[in-house]
Design a protein around this ligand. Structure first.
Ligand SMILES: [Fe+2]
Length: 296
């Protein structure tokens, strides 16, 4: 009998995994999960109740952990490779930054690095309201575009900035905070249509997308907004309503995600990250950034 079964959550996104956590790092289980992740984008393990050690062992077996925590505002240096996503100041010293997760994003897209391959999240304590996580499949969103739009978007370079990522949270962030964020995130030019090493194509968009090279600012932001709305259609989106002990892994390179807003400081999620080696973009030039707000 197979150690693992995976059922589709929705036609274009999501898989529900049934596996005993004792087999989570078995080689054949990992191989099956990697194949499923490529096809389904996000995999959910209901009520797995993995400990931090088990989550880290799975992270390593799946592709190797990377520690983004040292560069993430609010992380606790002693937390090592597990980053706690919570509004509780006792656990995360900069909960304002966590509020940015209310908006569609791809992790790590404004930073000068290979894009994190996958993110793993486990639910430790739930909020009394809100707190579901939504995932949008950016491969499927691209594949379902009309052919003329696909041609139109090929070759466009999008500028992603930390300012855009935090704008819905702060408006204008305090200067000290902005300087600190900028020291962590260079601002990147990334292809709007990313052709992955696998040959598949996806859109690379999110709230952090703030301009398009060679396009007037309002036109660029209108197009970005339209594409985010396109990709957020229900057929491309899986919403996970968490239960305590659930774990999810998603393809951070091919999905954008956000959380349904919550205020409960008791909500605690434990995140680990798998590094990637594909780096589709490069640091945005000051000249292109300075033109992002030109009107023509
Ligand atoms: Fe995220």
């Amino acid at each position: 009998m197979s150690k693992i079964t995976i059922e589709d959550a929705k036609p274009l996104i999501g898989g529900i995994v049934h596996v005993d956590r004792a087999h989570l790092t078995d080689a054949e289980v990992i191989e099956e999960l990697k194949t499923a992740l490529e096809l389904r984008g996000v995999l959910v393990f209901p009520r797995l109740h993995a400990t931090d050690e088990e989550q880290l062992a799975f992270t390593d077996a799946f592709g190797g952990r990377v520690n983004f925590n040292k560069g993430v505002p609010g992380s606790n240096a002693s937390a090592e490779d597990v980053y706690k996503i919570t509004l509780d100041r006792a656990l995360n010293s900069e909960p304002d930054y966590v509020l940015g997760t209310f908006f569609w994003h791809v992790d790590g897209v404004t930073i000068d690095q290979s894009l994190p391959k996958a993110t793993i999240l486990s639910a430790r304590t739930l909020s009394d309201a809100g707190g579901a996580t939504e995932f949008a499949n950016l491969y499927a969103a691209y594949e379902h575009l009309p052919e003329d739009e696909k041609r139109q978007y090929e070759g466009l370079e999008v500028i992603h900035t930390v300012e855009a990522a935090v704008r819905p949270v702060y408006g204008s962030p305090p200067q000290e905070r902005l300087d600190r964020y900028r020291s962590m995130a260079a601002g990147m030019e990334q292809p709007l249509v990313w052709t992955h090493e696998s040959g598949r194509k996806s859109l690379l968009i999110g709230t952090h997308a703030d301009g398009i090279v060679g396009m007037p600012g309002p036109h660029a932001r209108a197009l970005i907004t339209r594409l985010i709305q396109w990709a957020a259609q229900p057929q491309f989106v899986y919403r996970h309503q968490w239960q305590v002990g659930d774990m999810a892994v998603w393809d951070n390179q091919g999905l954008m995600h956000r959380v349904v807003p919550y205020t409960d400081e008791g909500r605690v999620m434990h995140r680990t990250s798998i590094g990637g080696h594909e780096k589709p973009g490069h640091v945005a030039s000051d000249e292109n950034k300075s033109r992002m707000f030109e009107l023509s």
